[in-house]
Ligand binder design. Structure first.
Ligand code: 5RP
Length: 236
């Protein structure tokens, strides 16, 4: 460990690179959001520049992913222009042993779920600290809500046994606003025993756009960890 100044950063870099190395020429690539995926996007740019990778098109899951893709020279397309996504790379806030996820730490889970679910192969990139036995153990569950429905949705979530809190902006007064102009409620549930059922129940509340439970969506989870002072990437 002593050789690594910031082990979490190194794990994120390595796992991001490992996922980008799996992308093939001529493919449509879903570009996820967050600090780990940012390294994957950067590495895709490096591969394009070196000529190792050719003719890919990215579909960004957020404004952040779009800006990074442009910065690293990745051509972009939209869901209107393509009939498939070959591969998507995205991070997660928690991963359980069944490869179910909590996402939305960057408030991008609505677009992420659209893109990641459509991909033939969805690769999740995480550092080892994201692995949990039960979803909801370490991270609050994000729920995107249209602003006028905030109060009734919060009340309904309380009736479901959750403790909701409105996500506030950082370096911005007032609530965090999503790329769609909505707000995010972060919910503490004592335990999420049935993620598939909770995902549906929350999405059925009028005013809820999407929640951060991704059940049965991930195909492969790549985990970055440090072993004997060295970063390694393993498949979960
Ligand atoms: C954004 C997300 C991110 O993928 C998730 O928060 C992980 O981010 P990071 O790689 O920075 O830890 O779901 O909405």
């Amino acid at each position: 460990m002593s050789t690594l100044t910031d082990p979490v950063k190194v794990m994120k870099q390595e796992v991001g690179k490992a996922a980008a190395a799996r992308v093939q020429s001529g493919t449509i690539v879903g570009l996820g959001t967050g600090s780990t995926t940012a390294y994957a996007i950067e590495h895709l740019g490096v591969r394009l520049k070196s000529g190792d990778l050719k003719d890919i098109q990215g579909i960004p899951t957020s404004f952040q992913a779009e800006v990074l893709a442009k910065q690293y020279g990745i051509p972009l397309t939209t869901l209107d222009a393509v009939d498939r996504i070959d591969i998507a790379i995205d991070g997660a806030d928690e991963v359980d042993p069944q490869k179910n996820l909590i996402k939305g730490g960057g408030a991008a889970h609505t677009r992420e779920k659209v893109v990641d679910s459509l991909a033939d192969q969805f690769i999740v990139v995480v550092d080892a600290g994201k692995l949990v036995d039960l979803l909801g153990s370490t991270f609050l569950l994000p729920v995107e809500v249209i602003p006028m429905a905030m109060t009734p949705v919060m009340r309904a979530i309380e009736k479901l046994g959750g403790k909701p809190e409105l996500r506030m902006g950082v370096k911005k007064a007032g609530p965090a606003i999503t790329d769609q102009g909505n707000m995010v409620i972060d919910v503490k549930f004592d335990s999420i025993d049935n993620p598939a059922e909770l995902e549906k129940t929350l999405n059925n509340l009028p005013g809820v756009l999407e929640n951060g439970l991704f059940v049965g969506v991930a195909d492969l989870v790549l985990v970055g960890e440090v072993k004997d002072g060295n970063p390694v990437v393993r498949e979960m």
